[in-house]
Design a protein around this ligand. Structure first.
Ligand code: BTN
Length: 320
């Protein structure tokens, strides 16, 4: 597929471009445009003015995702599926080979998508980004908390760029905008590899989110009022995951902390923290991916490690 041609149309921001401006050989320009239209890109032809871009294809376009990707690890291989049980399942099967380090699995639909703590993850077909990445992290990065933070930071950044809204991370794996969940991360560990699954609500509409979910969840389209280009978002998410992971490999896990802390929702708030041995209440004054949480509480400070659940004091039940 002629992706540079697609980008020229995109760059015109909806204006018509004469076909003669899109290439020297009119017949091949027409054939390439027909291929884009056939795939599902919304292009509009005017009898004299030429062609204009109107909107993205509804389905994921592998060529568009891979275009000029050139990542070091994440996305060296990409598999786009129509329907799977869970992208984490497909990725876990691929994790039997080290050649699949960095493999990205994307699906249009999951029949058994899952979230943390045995919850299901449901998304209408072609509405979301359902992505899993196979990683063979070396020792200091091989920690579910770090990989979860990696996915959450990358997803939060992509949401911020797409919506212009601030995205916050709610411990340990929720990305939220205005208090509503827009993405979640599920890291699952195998014998040698880890699978990082990310679900990002992209084109979910109001009717996909009946009450009480409507007050707890949102999507990029709901925040912007426009259908978003899922292939472009997938591309950006892969690029960002690769850059953050690569920095982790070269400088160690700590470099991610600042990105994560900047978006960590409950810093400064009164929280309830459940660890494997205790429940603590206090004001959250520090959160570190390696060292855990620090609460200010009378009569002193509490350091909480191995945190199982964290909720703000005004929330009725702790959520994962
Ligand atoms: C959560 O918020 O509890 C985590 C949700 C993770 C959902 C994603 S969608 C892609 C990948 N495949 C799954 O079955 N789950 C993750």
């Amino acid at each position: 597929m002629n992706i540079p041609l697609l980008h020229r149309l995109l760059a015109a921001e909806g204006a018509y471009l004469p076909l003669s401006a899109l290439g020297e050989d009119l017949a091949s320009v027409q054939a390439d445009l027909a291929e884009l239209i056939q795939f599902g890109f919304d292009l509009e032809q005017h009898p004299y003015l030429g062609m204009a871009y109107r909107g993205p294809a509804e389905r994921l376009c592998p060529d568009q995702i891979e275009w000029q990707l050139a990542t070091k690890r994440v996305g060296r291989r990409i598999a786009v599926w129509n329907r799977v049980s869970s992208t984490n399942d497909v990725a876990a099967r691929a994790a039997c080979s080290g050649l699949n380090d960095g493999l990205v699995v994307l699906a249009e639909e999951q029949t058994a998508g899952r979230g943390r703590r045995g919850r299901t993850w449901v998304a209408p077909p072609r509405s979301s980004l359902l992505m899993s990445v196979v990683l063979f992290p070396p020792d200091p990065l091989d920690h579910p908390a770090w990989l979860t933070a990696l996915g959450a930071v990358a997803a939060a950044e992509i949401v911020e760029t797409a919506t212009g809204r601030q995205a916050r991370i709610k411990w340990p794996n929720d990305v939220r905008v205005g208090g509503r969940k827009i993405a979640g991360v599920l890291v699952e560990r195998g014998a040698a590899a880890s699978v990082m699954g990310i679900g990002l609500n992209v084109n979910l509409e109001a009717h996909h989110l009946p009450e009480p979910i409507a007050s707890q969840a949102t999507s990029i389209a709901l925040l912007t009022g426009e259908r978003a280009d899922r292939s472009e978002l997938a591309r950006r998410l892969i690029l960002r995951l690769d850059a953050l992971y690569d920095q982790g490999l070269s400088s160690g896990p700590d470099h991610l902390t600042a990105f994560w802390q900047a978006r960590f929702e409950p810093l400064g708030q009164r929280v309830r923290v459940q660890t494997s041995s205790n429940v603590y209440h206090g004001r959250l004054v520090d959160a570190d991916l390696q060292r855990g949480l620090v609460l200010e509480s009378s009569p002193g400070w509490i350091a909480a490690h191995e945190v199982l659940a964290l909720s703000c004091d005004d929330e009725p039940t702790p959520r994962g």
